[in-house]
Design a binder for this molecule. Sequence first.
Ligand code: BEZ
Length: 195
Amino acid sequence: MLNKGNLNDLSNVIFHVRENDDWKVVHLDQLMDDKKIVIFGLPGAFTPTCSTQQLPGFEAMYDQFIESGVDEIYCTSVNDTFVMNAWFESQGIEKVKPLADGCGDLARSLGMLVKKDNLGFGLRSWRYAMLVVNGTVELFCPEPNLTDDAQEDPYGNSSPAEMLTEVQVTLRELGLDDSVEEVPSVDLDSTEENV
Ligand code: BEZ
């Protein structure tokens, strides 16, 4: 699977998901196949910026992403599926989908896995957002200054507002922008008659 920016192969990444009191294995491959998806990664469920800004922000702007041609938006964190599901429920999230990356495989594949031992968190995801078109990462927006045991988690590039602008530009460049209105066709015959 081709990924721009020398990102590692994502095709073997899987997620263990708890749905309706049952286990399910979700293959990232299947989510990406023939789709334009946005995935944003954040350092932790129930943490302040993630809960008050990033997750509710993507939920609030979900329809604008869809209108721009995006098929689905996923939120991923190095947390288990029970934690992610409880967080989404507590936030009343209905549109953005959770992707519990409990083992950090997706974050590691993207070079986004960092230590947060200074906060007692262990391994977590650096904050980022990306647009994946049919399995190819076309746009990758990590926050700056990626580092282990960071004192601060920057938040800007991967915000929904920044991401929407970048996604629209990227889809337009790729000729995949659904928001461009079709130009009505002109009936040349009837136009000539009216001259
Ligand atoms: C936050 O989202 O505010 C946050 C994330 C990781 C650690 C501490 C806070």
